[in-house]
Write a protein that binds this ligand. Sequence first.
Ligand SMILES: [Zn+2]
Ligand SMILES: [Zn+2]
Length: 351
Amino acid sequence: MVNAGKRSNMKALLLPQIVNLADNSQPLQLAELPDPVPRDNEILIRISACGVCHTELDEIEGRTPPPHLPVVLGHQIVGRVVDVGVFVTRFYGGERVGVAWIHSACGECAYCLSGRENLCAHFRATGRDVHGGYAEYITVSEEFAYRLPAAFSDEEAAPLLCAGAIGYRSLMLTGLHDGQTLGLTGFGASAHLVLQMAQRRFPKSQVFVFARSEAEREFARELGAAWTGPTEAESPVPLDAIIDTTPVWTPVVEALKNLAPGGRLVINAIRKEAADQAVLTRLDYARDLWQEKEIKSVANVTRHDVSEFLLIAAEIPIKPQVEIYELAEANRALVELKQRQVRGAKVLIID
Ligand SMILES: [Zn+2]
Ligand SMILES: [Zn+2]
């Protein structure tokens, strides 16, 4: 037990204020915080790995601002249980667990009661509404923690908790049937997992990948994409569904022309950046929207998404490609993510 009687301090990276990453490449500051203490229904986790998600950029730059600052970011958390509250029954000390973006929901509203806790008005996010995983310890209700398949190392398991789980939710929201064509626009942490998932879940479906850089396109071909091209390309065949994982608008507009009649574009992004928003005026109703084309966004995740995805990921098995950083290198990881220097998923190791 870490706390064994006396309190001590943990290392954490704090976001003290909203900044523009283009002007400030050191948004997070190393600090000491009191070790968190688990409440009666909570577990205390010693964190070993935390994934770096694009949502952190949206928090740092204020597109989805944390309600209280300073805050510890990070919501793809892997670690071991080191203390439990008196009412905890699901976990014991030493067990490896994960924590995802969903830190809590009210459990009582119509959304929560119908399996849509991701849409709960009281949804609270790990690493935004409460302190997250860019730190040595975190507490969470035992109801919002997950056992992790042994097939994955700590650093492999981390990106499964958001990039993977939200990618899974996105893929399910496409409504795709086996044999139908799937497009992915953007090829970062989430899309490289979705491609592997789609190949297993829809073995007769071909996957078409649109990405800005040749390095991303080459990576997609290595993982089995049937075709790759730049963001603006015309796909060789109409696509029944497309998942957008980019932070901007141009890929949305460019994707719509490639949708087959009745096709659906799923936007997997918590917020979009404003810089290229003017391209929306280029939307051509006949070409881009008519023929019953649909656009749907993805919001958050449910615990069911995370649990089910972890089982599927272990069964396939999905192999996340990770780039490792020390906790103290988090600012560099974030800047590289902003500059879209990405091959797979970025993960912080905390020791
Ligand atoms: Zn995330
Ligand atoms: Zn609710």
